[in-house]
Design a protein around this ligand. Structure first.
Ligand code: PHE
Length: 444
């Protein structure tokens, strides 16, 4: 069985798929508003520390677990640690993935609504964007319908399989996404007055820092990198034996962070350059939250020449970023059910699609439910998963397996210092940092 498991066909495919999972609404929708809320450069600094101290190490661990076990997220723990409770970490991961889908897919649906309205020119005629967005929020039926469209679209790629669905689509979508991102950033930065936006993003703003900045940055790091729930265990299980796991983790993390920062370089310069009330723009950005992308930005884009093109480009970017992430989330749950309950990919996809639609409908009808899913998964479940994964690879997993996976059975040369440092990060730094941030977040 293990030998027949499909793999991604190419190295580019591996990076595209994993970066496709990582780069998503988290980068474009969540990162900028979190950065604004957390004091600009201060948030970014803490965020980057989180990425270095536990983002990359945990990502490498997920790849190691996945490729060595060649199984779905729960099955992998079962295989590597048979007869132990470790399988619950895998099951928790699959559950987390399912719950993330439950709210993420609703936002993904919004991107389709806005994309449609950009293409049809409807957005041009909107004059109160805040009311426009609130109308959408007050219309759960419409949200549900577009959420279902997005779920079915995702299911289509899952049904097409690992190579023809996931790899092929991400290899096309990711370059398009980058192209749109760069064009939009150049356009935004060239706007007169854009500099104030860059200052806002990159200068430390001590007034805005909150005591929760560590918890927020940690949650954002896990969420944005897609680590902590075994998404990259599942993808890692499709990696060939010649993939350099450490290098792939660094490349994916680099691309993910780049997209987050460039997104900030689109949104803040646009906001400062195009706003008609400079006195309130900072408040709007800080408190804007999710509304930032669906209220502030379209309103601003509307004031630019050729706004139809810009907003079409922006919402296609968002929809594509969301799609390559929902594909990865759905794959985790689908392959889990298919392997653990011996079901065909088709049946399993059908089951997962129905489950996601049920959660999505509830989230569309209840903001409370939506928020609970968002906060509990990003701030608590992913870091908890990351904590267990680092303990698993750092303490439990045979170090020969770890070394064999990182060096591709001795083919790649890493200094012994590198391996030691990696294990040290997993054993002590990551768990202690994650735990202290938890404790601090809860009592602080
Ligand atoms: N990383 C994705 C984003 O930033 C979200 C995600 C989280 C996807 C966890 C898969 C697993 O949008």
């Amino acid at each position: 069985m293990a030998d027949k498991r499909v793999t991604f066909a190419s190295k580019i495919g591996v990076v595209a798929a994993a970066a496709g999972s990582a780069v998503g609404l988290g980068n474009i929708w969540r990162f900028p508003s979190q950065a604004a809320d957390g004091g600009g450069a201060i948030f970014i600094f803490v965020y980057i520390a989180c990425i270095l101290f536990f983002g990359i190490p945990v990502m490498m661990s997920e790849f190691i677990i996945g490729r060595s076990a060649k199984a779905n997220t729960a099955g992998a723990f079962h295989k590597l640690a048979p007869g132990t409770p470790w399988k619950w970490v895998g099951r928790l991961g699959v559950l987390t993935g399912f719950l993330i889908m439950g709210f993420y897919i609703v936002v993904a649906g919004w991107t389709l609504v806005y994309l449609g309205q950009s293409i049809s020119g409807h957005l041009l005629s909107v004059d109160n964007f805040s009311a426009h967005f609130n109308n959408l929020l007050a219309n759960p039926l419409k949200q549900s319908l577009w959420m279902i469209v997005f779920t079915l679209l995702t299911a289509y790629f899952i049904l097409s399989g690992v190579r023809k669905g996931i790899e092929k689509s991400t290899k096309i979508f990711m370059p398009v996404l980058f192209l749109f991102l760069i064009i939009l950033a150049i356009r935004a930065i060239l706007l007169p007055g854009a500099g104030a936006g860059l200052d806002f993003l990159f200068k430390p703003n001590f007034e805005n820092v909150k005591s929760t900045v560590f918890l927020d940055a940690m949650g954002q790091a896990f969420f944005s990198l897609s680590v902590g729930m075994g998404c990259l265990i599942t993808y890692g299980s499709y990696f060939n034996k010649n993939i350099n796991l450490a290098k792939t983790a660094v490349q994916v993390t680099f691309l993910d962070t780049l997209v987050a920062i460039i997104s900030g370089m689109i949104i803040f310069p646009a906001a400062f350059a195009l706003t008609s009330n400079p006195s309130t723009i900072v408040d709007e950005l800080v408190t804007g939250g999710p509304g930032l992308l669906f209220i502030t930005l379209p309103e601003l884009l509307n004031q630019m020449a050729g706004s139809m093109i810009w907003s079409t480009m922006f919402f296609s970017l968002l929809a594509l970023a969301a799609l390559t992430s929902t594909i990865s989330l759905m794959e985790v749950v689908t392959i889990y059910i298919s392997e653990e309950y011996r079901m065909s990919r088709k049946k399993s996809t059908l089951l997962v699609t129905s489950g996601v639609i049920i959660l999505g409908v509830i989230s569309s009808y209840s903001t409370g439910f939506f928020n609970i899913l968002d906060v509990s998964t990003a701030k608590y479940m992913l870091p908890a998963g990351g904590l267990f994964i680092s303990i698993f690879v750092g303490w439990y997993l045979n170090k020969q397996i770890v070394a064999a996976e990182l060096t591709n059975e001795g083919e790649l040369k890493f200094g012994i210092g590198f391996l030691k440092m990696y294990i040290f990060l997993l054993r002590y730094v990551a768990p202690i940092a994650i735990l202290s941030i938890f404790v601090y977040g809860i009592i602080g």
